[in-house]
Design a protein around this ligand. Structure first.
Ligand code: NAD
Length: 489
């Protein structure tokens, strides 16, 4: 397979400019006219992302069908070997990839690096788990044998967002390839380099042509083409609930199963017995991740009145020390937000909350100058009718609100249509059990902020979607169960 560009491959050192972005179709790197890629720290164009035509998409579908025919028959141990080789290459290239992610997405370099390594971890787990995609033998009467096989579902059409240019594609590529599927990935046009580097590593690791295809372009045109396409057997999307509902509807019309990782508005319940300082320090640290542009970002801090003032003081104190700037500056704790949509959205939600009586503790308005910079912003005493308490801020905006007891906290946490991640801080086994039983979320973390690791399933309930990524549950989403009933003659 050819390399991404003559001027720069994934193995290039972390110097020089942003790479030339290409699509990968049937093992060939393809260029095409497209749109600019913007550095959110400056607002300047740093490159161009190609835009797929219908002919490109038809080629990708045909290539994926050929790739699937080959890849599904590759032994799981060999699949794992190729995938682990790709992971090794990405790890060797981490500094160059991280720099490109910071340029296109804005997050601090250390976070980009951590994201790349996390993507490696996700693929590594899927690769090794591929060897354990066991079926079942079900006890039956003499002469009869019922077996269940886990078969790859086929060609996957995958759509990933701009906030995690590497780890979101890694989740989908890892799950699909481990299960024996082929995949056509439409990664984000705003942050295309992460997915391209990942695809390059798979090419270099010896993945058969067509098993992984990467396209960019008009998101609606591509989903409108690929989802109904007869070659595609499964749709997986990470992004907003509004778009997820559209795509799930289209997939339903064509009887295609879907995995939907959609929006969230994570509650953080701080109980009366919690250490408010510890919870506040951990909360700010978690909110720094990707500048809050994460579907599992802690957002609604629902704090018991007994520890409310301590929590607010501690959160404000630590939050005021957060440094916002270019992701290339090692002193920045958070980078710019990814685009002007986020800047406008954060400003609108902050102004609305202040109008309704919230108290501004730090930040509050976009930083003047080029790029899309919004400071770490903390609001206390946020009334429940503030728009930000219902709409996902998807940025560095923390909302703190007071409650009288655990039941009120749970009711408030569950009051939204979202149900992705939830967090709680308590030293009480009873509180932990009640929270575990009553919170309407797909992932709950108690006394910390890591909502999912490679080994555990990640996904939502309610408007946050369905299907899982990660864990055995995630891998099984890329398979179907074939039941074979055999009467021995
Ligand atoms: P958006 O709704 O415009 O787009 C969300 C994502 O969907 C983008 O990656 C976009 O390219 C893609 N998309 C849009 N229309 C599409 C279509 N018809 N077919 C296929 N893909 C399509 O929102 P946005 O302004 O880019 O992001 C803001 C919101 O998106 C956030 O508030 C958040 O809810 C959500 N989001 C969620 C995640 C997540 O991890 N679940 C990631 C990114 C964005």
């Amino acid at each position: 397979m050819s390399s991404i560009s003559g001027e720069r491959t994934g193995a290039a050192p972390p110097t020089g400019g942003y790479p030339a972005i290409r699509m990968l179709i049937g093992g060939e790197w393809i260029d095409a006219p497209g749109a600019p890629v913007i550095d959110p720290a400056t607002g300047a164009s740093i490159g161009t992302v190609p835009c797929a035509t219908s002919a490109h998409l038809e080629s990708a579908a045909a290539a994926a069908a050929r790739g699937f025919a080959i890849w599904r028959r590759v032994a799981p141990a060999e699949r794992a070997r190729i995938m682990l080789r790709a992971v090794q290459l990405v790890r060797e290239r981490v500094d160059a990839i991280a720099r490109d992610i910071t340029l296109e997405q804005g997050k601090p370099l250390a976070q980009s690096r951590a994201e790349v390594l996390r993507g490696c971890d996700l693929i590594e787990w899927d690769a090794t788990e591929a060897r354990r995609l066991y079926g079942r033998v079900i006890p039956a009467e003499p002469g009869m044998r019922h077996t269940v096989l886990r078969e790859p579902v086929g060609v996957v059409a995958a759509f990933t967002p701009w906030n995690f240019p590497m780890s979101s594609p890694a989740r989908k590529i890892g799950g699909a390839l481990a299960a024996g599927c082929a995949i056509i990935l439409k990664a984000s046009e705003e942050t295309p380099a992460g997915a391209m580097h990942l695809a390059q590593a798979f090419c270099d690791a010896g993945l058969p042509a067509g098993a992984l295809n990467l396209v960019f372009g008009d998101p609606a045109a591509i989903s409108g083409f690929l989802i109904p396409h007869p070659v595609v057997s499964l749709v997986t999307f990470t992004g907003s609930t509004a778009v997820g509902k559209q795509l799930a509807g289209l997939a339903g019309t064509h009887m295609k199963p879907v995995i939907m990782e959609l929006g969230g508005h994570a509650p953080v319940i701080v109980c009366d017995d919690a250490d408010a300082q510890v919870a506040a320090a951990a909360g700010v640290k978690a909110k720094l991740n990707n500048g809050g542009q994460v579907c599992v970002a802690p957002t609604r801090f629902i704090v018991h009145k007994a520890v409310y003032d301590d929590f607010v003081q501690a959160y404000m104190h630590i939050g005021r020390a957060v440094r916002q700037g270019s992701g290339l500056d090692p002193d920045s704790d958070i980078g710019p937000v990814a685009n002007s949509r986020r800047l406008q959205g954060l400003q609108r939600l902050t102004e609305d909350a202040l109008r309704r009586g919230a108290r501004l503790l730090c930040g509050g308005a976009p930083t003047p100058g080029p790029g899309f910079h919004f400071p770490f912003t903390v609001l206390a005493d946020v009334p429940t009718d503030a728009l930000a308490m219902r709409e996902e801020p998807f940025g560095p905006l923390s909302l703190i609100t007071r409650v009288d007891g655990l039941d009120d906290a749970i009711a408030l946490a569950n009051s939204l249509p979202y149900g992705l991640a939830g967090y709680a801080f308590t030293g009480s086994a009873r509180n932990a059990r009640v929270l575990s039983d009553e919170l309407e979320v797909g992932n709950l973390a108690i006394n910390h902020f890591v909502s999912a690791v490679s080994e555990t399933p990640f996904g939502g309930v309610k408007d946050s979607g369905y299907g899982r990524e990660g864990g055995t549950e995630g891998l099984e989403c890329y398979t179907h169960a074939k039941s074979i009933s055999h009467l021995t003659v």
